[in-house]
Design a protein around this ligand. Sequence first.
Ligand code: COA
Length: 268
Amino acid sequence: MAAVFRDHLLQDKRAVITGGGSGINLRIAERFAEHGAQLGLIGRNQEKLDQAVAGITSKGGRAMGFSADVRDYAALESALKTFKDTVGEIDIVVCGAAGNFPAPALGMSANGFKAVIDIDVLGTFNTCRAAYQFLRKPGASIVNISATHAFSPIAFQAHVCAAKAGVDMLTRTLALEWGQPGVRVNSIAPGPIDETEGMKRLGPTPEIRKKITQSIPLRRFGTKDEIADLALFLCSEAAGYITGAVFVCDGGQSLAGSSGLMAALSLS
Ligand code: COA
């Protein structure tokens, strides 16, 4: 078991992260780089990717950026192929690209609903489907970034709730289909994570932040580092027998449903 406790849990592993230019996904990328992985970051915004790559390489990490929209299968496949041709077979894929905006169901158009479904569900499918051919098998690990919305409905988030439920079922289905060739597929469902774009929008004032905090059993927001550490675990040998699982990381908030959060946000 000594291997599990190495300092560099992902030494020389090749990892692709969609949405890797910012937020939780960037923190996952930074953590993976600290643990020796070579990174391919995929995103829509070239400037964000360039900044993310510069930040990682300035600390001695290895990273490349690829501009592609996860809704565009051909562009995604081309980015993944270039990464694989440059560094070798891919060991890790994190599907983190996601869309969100708060709106009541009657306040979002069919196209608004579709935009989030397309980024989250189709984008995750596209990434997994296109990456499969380039994965090292056995041994590859895929982590899909979901949310507690997948099982705990919340007002003004119909599109995200539907999308994340779809992402988690995709995780389970792919884990079934790809277990035999030795590819593990798991989801992480973060709850309220501090310093993310979503939390900045949801909790813009100290008063609202205080109310949200009171709805969390652990009485604090989670950190991006805590999600990155969970992703690191899932992509390491320590998680070698785990597949098809959804890991909730939310300080216990979803245990009581979303009514506390909705009250904090004055949505109920
Ligand atoms: N309320 C209601 N509808 C909205 C909206 C809002 N706040 N923001 C976007 N929409 C609608 C648009 O009006 C459009 O519908 P329409 O054509 O009927 O007018 C539809 O969503 C698509 O908008 P568009 O800006 O063209 O989509 P996009 O693909 O460029 O952006 C989003 C996708 C909408 C998810 C956008 O919010 C986004 O890219 N966000 C960045 C990523 C993000 O949210 N990260 C956080 C993840 S937790």
